[in-house]
Design a protein around this ligand. Structure first.
Ligand SMILES: Cc1cc2nc3c(=O)[nH]c(=O)nc-3n(C[C@H](O)[C@H](O)[C@H](O)COP(=O)(O)OP(=O)(O)OC[C@H]3O[C@@H](n4cnc5c(N)ncnc54)[C@H](O)[C@@H]3O)c2cc1C
Length: 410
């Protein structure tokens, strides 16, 4: 048997690791388009960007691990096509590899700016090791940075660059940072946090042009202002990397469509991680989730399926973000909430609990790890909670959750 895995990041590496842990004794080939050893992506906008994490600590596994586990790791290798009839993948060098089972773990790729000046020197994105290294190398000559985008990546980049002494302006084309991801209370807290640290946050403002001869000098916004910049970092979202899947006729919608066992409409092809669109068993809707947790847990599911121990995916989503001294922890998905309860335990901490009527569906916490841990434990049961008690920071959060009735979303 031969399992070929395309993409060697959080999802692909974990799939290989779990296949061996579950007793898969066939051949495993793990293919990466990138030149460096498979690495953790979250530090790219945090400790690695700030130069407080040495490169060796980025690697998901040491090089020797792949040899020890008999995993054939192919770096700097692009898969350019899949032939489902012959069960082969085609590599960019023309070579073909036969598979019995194929796992697509191709992740997501950054959405690029399409405004004038977007190709000037000094315009960066932050998705992979090469992007982060490029930013780090350019930084010594940089004083002023304009970050375009107020999602997690933009905000983390802003915090890291500010910590490194740069003058940072963040242009956000919506009313508030994290607008589509969180509630106004959390956004306000984050805005204040950045402002206290000296970052200029400009909302309701779209970048329309980047100026400069060869090197960026400013960003022009739709409010008519010019924001001086020696560097632009754009964090304007990602799109699922599903061209291999669509190119061979697999079903694709917002990502590669898979069932609860991570299987596509071809019984020999599976897909996991950021590139996948799947029906979530608790939220009962199709989702594409961009997180390490999701990539890792889907990798476990596919390994169990391939080792004849099938167990449908039922993990609950969680995520984190670090900005200055604030640790954001998010569990569940708040989209569609009808009520939000805010719990403030101190000046530097906040939690927002999201409800659909009386059922808790998600929580965002900032420096409130206890609330996060308790909520994360109970959230899959969608507990019904007393909102007044939850808002009272004097009542221990665990007392409120213990014994709460369970529900389900219909
Ligand atoms: C800067 C940054 C910070 C983040 N911070 C957090 C965080 O704090 N918490 C969190 O939970 N998540 C965070 N994320 C998101 C998290 O990193 C992703 O959800 C996770 O990496 C998804 O893993 P994946 O394996 O599905 O895809 P990816 O990590 O996107 O990896 C896909 C890999 O497949 C390769 N590939 C694609 N196509 C081919 C091909 N045809 N041939 C060969 N190889 C191919 C790509 O080059 C890439 O290496 C962050 C992401 C970034 C970029």
């Amino acid at each position: 048997m031969h399992c070929v895995i395309v993409g060697a990041s959080h999802a692909g590496v974990q799939a290989a690791v779990n296949l061996r842990a579950q007793g898969y004794d066939g051949e495993i080939t793990l293919i990466s388009a990138e030149k460096v050893l498979p690495y953790q992506r979250p530090p790219l906008s945090k400790a690695f960007l700030q130069d407080t994490l040495p490169e060796q600590r980025l690697w998901l596994r040491p090089e020797a691990f792949y040899q020890q586990k008999n995993i054939n790791l192919m770096l700097d290798t692009n898969v350019v096509g899949i032939n489902r009839q012959s069960q082969t993948v085609e590599l960019a060098n023309g070579q073909c590899l036969a598979y019995d089972d194929l796992i697509l773990a191709t992740g997501a790729s950054v959405r690029r700016l399409s405004i004038a000046g977007a190709d000037l020197k000094g315009v960066y994105y932050l998705r992979d090791h090469q992007d982060a290294t490029g930013i780090k190398q350019a930084l010594p000559k940089v004083k002023k940075v304009v970050v375009i985008g107020g999602g997690y990546i933009g905000l983390e980049a802003a915090a890291s660059l500010r910590k490194m002494g740069k003058e940072v302006t963040v242009l956000i084309n919506s009313q508030r940072p994290l607008q589509h991801l969180t509630s106004p209370g959390i956004s306000d807290f984050i805005t204040a946090l950045h402002q206290q640290n000296g970052v200029t946050i400009v909302t309701n403002t779209m970048a329309v042009e980047i100026t400069g001869d060869t090197q960026v000098t400013s960003v022009i916004a739709d409010n008519g202002k010019h924001y001086e910049a020696d560097m632009v970092v754009a964090g304007i979202g990602v799109q699922p990397a599903h061209s291999l899947a669509s190119g061979c006729g697999l079903n694709v919608s917002n990502g590669i469509d898979v069932n609860g066992f991570m299987q596509t409409n071809d019984p020999h092809i599976y897909a996991i991680g950021d590139c996948v669109n799947f029906a979530h068993p608790v939220y009962h809707k199709k989702l594409r989730i961009e997180s390490v947790q999701n990539a890792t847990d889907q990798a476990k599911t596919v390994a169990l399926t391939l080792c004849n121990k099938p167990a449908p995916y039922n993990a609950f989503p969680w995520f984190w973000s670090d900005q200055y001294d604030a640790k954001l922890q998010i569990a569940g998905l708040s989209a569609g909430y009808t009520d939000v309860v805010v719990r403030q335990e101190s000046e530097k901490s906040l939690a927002a609990f999201y409800f659909v009527h009386n059922k808790l569906i998600a929580v965002d916490t900032i420096n409130q790890t206890k609330s996060f841990m308790v909520a994360r434990k109970y959230l899959p049961q969608l507990p019904e909670l007393d909102k007044t008690l939850l808002a009272d920071a004097n009542i221990p959060v665990s007392d409120i959750f213990t014994g709460a009735p369970q529900a389900c979303l219909t």
